[in-house]
Design a protein around this ligand. Structure first.
Ligand code: ATP
Length: 135
């Protein structure tokens, strides 16, 4: 068995990552999944969260939201609505989005308003966390 697998992270707009990896953490709908080479095949829905993977001793981090990940023994494919590498995250934009989302909590009237604000806050907080982890 090899000690790496192929990794592709794709959004509707572009190929964000095509790399090899030794290990990856994926935010699944029911919690984070740690994947090593040779993992049993599975498909999981993605939550809003952070993908971290290691390749040749260096760690890489991305913010992702929605979509699916397919795990095969020698390949992991992530099809995400949104995927941003740590170095591509606009921190000021995420801070402003976080502030707006917090404001919405105060002003929200319907359950939809709160869900919307909660989702926006989660995306913004994930972006800020991931941006801090850039190499
Ligand atoms: P905002 O209110 O700032 O637009 P949002 O969470 O509503 O934030 P999304 O709907 O999640 O934005 O994303 C829309 C597009 O903008 C996606 O392509 C996403 O990758 C990009 N994007 C959003 N926020 C950032 C950011 N802080 N840095 C880099 N790209 C971002």
């Amino acid at each position: 068995m090899t000690d790496t697998f192929q990794l592709e992270i794709v959004t509707p707009e572009k190929m964000v990552v095509r790399d090899t990896a030794e290990e990856i953490q994926i935010p699944g709908k029911n919690g984070y999944l740690g994947i090593l080479p040779g993992h049993a095949p599975l498909v999981t829905e993605l939550a809003v969260g952070e993908i971290s993977y290691r390749n040749g001793g260096s760690a890489h981090h991305l913010a992702v939201a929605w979509g699916f990940a397919e795990v095969l023994p020698d390949k992991v494919t992530v099809l995400a609505e949104i995927a941003e590498r740590a170095e591509d995250i606009d921190v000021q934009r995420a801070q402003e989005a976080k502030r707006r989302a917090e404001e919405q909590f105060g002003k929200g009237k319907t359950e939809d308003d709160f869900t919307h604000a909660e989702d926006a806050l989660k995306r913004a907080e994930t972006r800020l966390k991931v941006a801090e982890e850039k190499n």
